[in-house]
Design a protein around this ligand. Sequence first.
Ligand code: HEC
Length: 131
Amino acid sequence: MRSKPVFFLLSCLLGLSASNLALAQSGENTYKQVCASCHGSGVLNAPKFGDKAKWAPLIAEGQATLTAHAYFGVRAMPPKGGNPNLSIEGFSDALVYMVNNSGGNWKTPDAKMLAAINKELEARKANPKKP
Ligand code: HEC
């Protein structure tokens, strides 16, 4: 009888870490499938994965701004990372993975952050002058 609560607690813990893993994995997988070809080695001067000095000023732009601008496309960075089927959520997760391995500490966007990203994206579409 006494072991029941322990089992309950254990399965909660396991369930939690499994879902965290799934989240972390999807960003990592998208990064590997879509972004790594350029950001892994710094093709065309793309900010390299893990290069904290290069990423610091980008991270400082804030999650909503940087995510929206990169998704829209910036100079040699193709829109949607060059994958027309990549959703803003999938792109955001890949960017969170890249940022968190390059000196930042971002979270998977919640509804509020996604709304802010989409607002920034609309603003960029309305005024598509590239920086
Ligand atoms: C075809 C190569 C290529 C792919 C694929 C690619 N990028 Fe990039 N990315 C670049 C280049 C080049 C730059 C630098 C742009 C510049 O400053 O001229 C860049 C810049 C960025 C920036 C900084 C944007 C800014 O405002 O300066 C972010 C964020 C970014 N990429 C995210 C991603 C993510 C996330 C993916 C995958 C979903 C991805 N990129 C896929 C080439 C690529």
